[in-house]
Design a protein around this ligand. Sequence first.
Ligand code: SAM
Ligand code: SF4
Length: 284
Amino acid sequence: MLIDPFQRKISYVRVSVTDRCDFRCTYCMSEDMEFLPKKDVLSLEELDRLCNTFIDLGVKKLRITGGEPLVRKNALSLFEQLGKDLNKTNLKELTLTTNGNNLEKYADQLFESGVRRINISLDTLKPKIFKTITRKDNFDSVLRGIEKAKKAGLSIKINTVALRGINDGEFDDFIRWCGINKFTLTLIETMPMGEVDSDRRKTFLPLSEVYEDLKKRWTLEELKDNTGGPARYKLVKELNTKLGLITPMSHNFCMDCNRVRLSCTGKLYMCLGQNDSVDLKAIA
Ligand code: SAM
Ligand code: SF4
């Protein structure tokens, strides 16, 4: 069993399979990104071996992420391999976080591999603002990807980073849209991670402020769900929709967190907010 120095049992690992991405979200990357040389990135076989070791050590949930996981060549073969472990080993859930741009192509295959729930990041329902945030013109492609994922039978959680002055007028629309489509919505505060061109402080929006505002129009009931992730959940009674709030900056959640992160170069990080890591590449 993986147990950290605080005696927390680690049952959830986020695995980054690439640092590359087809978008350049302003809060995540600079426009002119320099990515890692491919030789430094773990092969899919190494990733599979490390994931299997985590599973042997009691990990129940694996989330594949990036960069953008679906831009990695043959990423689907990793899902196929890991999907074979589902319910025959400790592994109970295989999932991913994606920007949705390649979902139209891959949603069916993901479902066939055993993926049942996915997180899709979408920060705006307006094509123009989408281009401002992601620096790409792919709004329609993401919406088609979401539609395809829904049709494929995947249960969907929408991740929306709250950005002051950019998407702060859209949260009611997001709640309605998610309610109609039966998606869970999770709002996220921006964190000081990654090298960006802009000053993130200018668009930082504390979710305590968003929550106080939403309460004026929606009945938000506390939910006790703990998915092992950092979100606290409310039920939007009017639409029977779940609303998650991830507040790393304004309200910390460390004591309930049971997940660690493996970077695409094989570094195991105990916490998103810390730089301490263990290098697993040598044994991968
Ligand atoms: N490319 C995929 C995506 O966008 O879903 C997966 C990787 S992305 C790093 C995972 C999540 O982190 C996305 O929901 C994204 O919005 C969020 N994210 C990225 N940079 C962030 C930051 N500085 N603060 C808060 N959330 C951030
Ligand atoms: Fe790419 Fe995801 Fe970062 Fe946006 S948030 S640039 S989609 S990795």
